[in-house]
Design a protein around this ligand. Structure first.
Ligand code: ADE
Ligand code: ZN
Length: 316
């Protein structure tokens, strides 16, 4: 079944480039940039990948991202991810990057963007993988900081298809970012947002009504609100679901409790994605395989999930 799932043509719509930083590359970049790490070796770093919630993961994820310093580092990170896409027949990807994670450390915006963009362009030319890049704002920082980031991005407006919203969800509702999302839309950018990962259904309502998002990132808590479910089904609003992430971050204690197939059967446009594959134990095929192994996902269901990912692309 793994090989069959791997061969399915698919799009990945929820992937943080910084979350694809494998420990081996993290150590190589630390050496290249002469950065001392708190972990002795790759295995002890991997051993630290045990999380009880989103915040525990984010603390390590931001720490890991500190090894990314030069344009070449961002190129290497993105290229390694694209090679994985090629192996897993991901024919289109719409990755996120978090500029503030880097600009707040003194790395210029254009250094980050140029490295990512060059790799994405090479991925298109050399690997045949199409893309649409999403600039994500960190929601634990003030909206003013997001405005500043949007301003820095505007000279490179054509490099992006959308803006997104990620980082710590609880206590940082979408409504806090209403004005900066309106500004992004006025520049012709589309919008997406993480909502209903740890946060309540109200956050999904706000993301839809106030941020006017095209897709909901995660959204698994939508099932707690029947009126919200009806809207998502009626309007065919895509959900970018990340099963291994949800179990690693204890949104569900066990994959057998995951609701993605229930939502699929109710007519929700759900898709399968890897979120932060270096930290959560697998890329998109491993996420599909987990649904087969734990939930008995059939080939027909897998085909529909893969088709949903192609239908839900922002860039067609
Ligand atoms: N940043 C990287 N991965 C994330 C996730 N799963 N939720 C929120 N912010 C993130
Ligand atoms: Zn995410």
């Amino acid at each position: 079944m793994y090989d069959w799932l791997n061969a399915l043509p698919k799009a990945e719509l929820h992937l943080h480039l910084e979350g694809s930083l494998e420990p081996e590359l993290l150590f190589a970049l630390a050496e290249r940039n002469k950065i001392a790490l708190p972990w002795g070796d790759v295995d002890s770093l991997r051993g630290a990948y045990a999380f009880n919630n989103l915040q525990e993961f984010l603390d390590l994820y931001y720490q890991g991202a500190d090894v990314l310093r030069s344009e070449q580092d961002f190129y290497d990170l993105t290229w390694a991810y694209l090679l994985k896409c090629k192996q897993q027949n991901v024919i289109h990807t719409e990755p996120f990057f978090d500029p503030q994670t880097h600009t707040d450390r003194g790395i210029p915006f254009e250094v980050v963007l140029r490295g990512i963009q060059q790799a994405l362009d090479d991925g298109h030319k050399q690997l045949g993988i199409s893309h649409g890049l999403i600039l994500s704002f960190l929601r634990h920082l003030p909206e003013e900081a997001a405005f500043k980031t949007l301003e820095q991005a505007m000279p490179f407006r054509d490099a992006f298809v959308a803006v997104g919203l990620d980082s710590s969800e609880m206590g940082f509702p979408p409504r806090l970012f209403q004005r900066v999302f309106a500004k992004a839309r006025s520049e012709g950018l589309l919008t997406v947002a993480h909502a209903g990962e740890e946060g309540p259904p109200e956050y999904i309502w706000e993301a839809l009504d106030l941020l006017k998002i095209e897709r909901i990132d995660h959204g698994v808590r939508a099932m707690e609100d029947e009126r919200l479910m009806q809207r998502i089904i009626d309007e065919q609003i895509p959900l970018t679901v990340c099963p291994l992430s949800n179990t690693k971050l204890r949104v569900f204690d066990d994959m057998r409790q995951h609701n993605i197939l229930q939502m699929l059967e109710r007519g929700v446009k759900v898709t399968v994605n890897s979120d932060d594959p270096a930290y959560f134990g697998g890329y998109v095929t491993e996420n599909f395989a987990a649904l087969h192994d734990s939930l008995g996902m059939t080939q027909d269901q897998a085909r529909r999930l893969a088709q949903n990912s192609l239908d839900a692309r922002l860039v067609k």
